[in-house]
Design a protein around this ligand. Structure first.
Ligand code: AMP
Length: 420
């Protein structure tokens, strides 16, 4: 099915085609016609499904359809959880709006940077605003934005808005919006808070569901490599050098680990940069731009910073540290194999993390075979046998079940080994 049969204007179809969108994705096919009709919509979809264009294209058409002589008023508001997602949605929307006969002003606002340039940019108003909730309220308080004319509200990654503690801000924003408006809510997961938000916010919504992983087959090859915790950096170096990947996004558990691992890779002659919440906004934008332009081969990131990162055709994602939750696992691997491209998602599974990875597999209905790579076979005691194995340097006796203290010591030894 071509884009133009969805009821979109020729200039939007052309902009989409020029971006390389030759045919709509599943969510675009299902969501664009009802949004154009003004219906409310509940979208169960992940990043990677094409959801940004699914709401941006009809939104742009509705906003651009206003009388060209009418004064500029804020007509659409897109709320997003993170600054990266705000920047990304803004960039995508501007490029889709590029060929519209009437130029639209699309404002992007997020916290963590000075408010002044955003205040300046909002002089003369905007047609569409894409913002994180806290900064949006700041701008309203500064009288840089008025929400009384918003005709369409989009909540993007609504579950993350709640996870990141934006529920109060959201309530305050909703109170400032006109009662009659179109509401579009997109979320990857539907915990109770999101369900009740959807019930109170949406009127007779069209429901669109795109199953995780079923978006564009074949998308992501999932692999798991059994390796000792202390040898993960060596293994990563080996894979980056031999894998033929132009770019790799590596996930670690902490900002500290992001710095250390990136540093070790750099010392091995690999272009690597850390990416986490403690870097300045300027540095983060620079790293992302370099990564997109293939000037940096490896980005070592924490979960929060990497959420919503969209780098076209990312060939590989590596879970150096496993994610804490099965849902985060999905979010992480969704960074590769975007929109029909194939990609590989590789998880390092040290013996002590085996049980955790099994839990992730169970929750996601997966069965990822453990691979052992020659030269990197794990020698740490496997988890079950660990109960019986002697603990180095602790005088543990084989065959004797270790005490709780022995186990604590073993964990400390393993953690120290992992640091090396
Ligand atoms: P999203 O789920 O909105 O984050 O989009 C995921 C990726 O798919 C982005 O890199 C988009 O540029 C790309 N994309 C969105 N729609 C299409 C399409 N119809 N054809 C090809 N790529 C697309």
């Amino acid at each position: 099915m071509p884009f133009h049969s969805l009821g979109l204007d020729a200039s939007l179809v052309r902009a989409a085609t020029e971006k390389g969108y030759l045919a709509p994705t599943a969510i675009q096919r299902e969501a664009i016609p009802p949004i154009l009709q003004g219906r409310d919509l509940l979208g169960a979809a992940e990043t990677g499904s094409g959801k940004t264009a699914a709401f941006s294209l009809p939104l742009l058409q509705r906003v651009a359809g206003q009388s060209p002589t009418a004064p500029r008023r804020l007509q659409a508001l897109v709320l997003v959880p993170t600054r990266e997602l705000a920047a990304q949605v803004g960039e995508s929307m501007r490029s889709l709006a590029r060929l519209l006969p009437r130029p639209l002003k699309i404002a992007v606002a997020f916290g963590g940077v000075s408010i002044n340039p955003q205040l300046m940019a909002l002089r003369g108003g905007a047609d569409i605003a894409i913002a994180t909730p806290g900064r949006l309220l700041d701008l309203v308080e500064h009288r840089a934005l008025k929400l009384g004319s918003v005709a369409t509200l989009v909540l993007d990654e609504a579950d993350r808005l709640f996870d990141l503690g934006f529920a109060d801000e959201l309530g305050r924003i909703l109170a400032l919006l006109p009662e009659r408006r179109q509401n579009l809510l997109f979320s990857a997961t539907f915990p109770a808070a999101i369900q009740s938000l959807a019930e109170s916010l949406l009127h007779d919504p069209v429901r669109v569901e795109v199953e995780a992983g079923a978006v564009e087959e074949p998308a992501i090859l999932q692999r798991a490599i059994a390796v000792d915790a202390g040898r993960r950096t060596q293994l990563l170096r080996h894979l980056v050098k031999t894998g033929g990947w132009t770019r790799v996004l590596v996930f670690v558990a902490t900002k500290f680990a992001a710095e250390i691992v990136a540093d070790k890779l750099r010392k091995a002659g690999i272009d690597a940069e850390p990416f986490h919440g403690e870097l300045s906004q300027g540095k983060r934008s620079q790293v992302l731009a370099d990564f997109k332009a293939e000037r940096v081969q490896v980005v070592v990131a924490t979960d929060l910073a990497a959420r919503g990162i969209d780098v076209a055709r990312l060939p590989a994602v590596v879970n150096y540290d496993l994610p804490r939750s099965p849902v985060d696992y999905l979010h992480r691997i969704g960074r590769t194999g975007r929109a029909g491209e194939s990609g590989v998602a590789l998880s390092f599974v040290p013996p002590a993390s085996e049980a955790h990875f099994r839990l992730i597999e169970k929750r996601q209905g997966l069965n990822v075979p453990r691979e052992r790579l020659a030269g990197f076979e794990p020698v740490e005691a496997p988890e079950v046998a660990a109960d019986l194995a002697p603990v180095p340097g602790t005088g543990g006796i084989k065959g004797k079940r270790p005490s709780k203290k022995d186990k604590l010591r073993a964990a400390a030894v393993a953690a120290a080994a992992a640091e090396r």
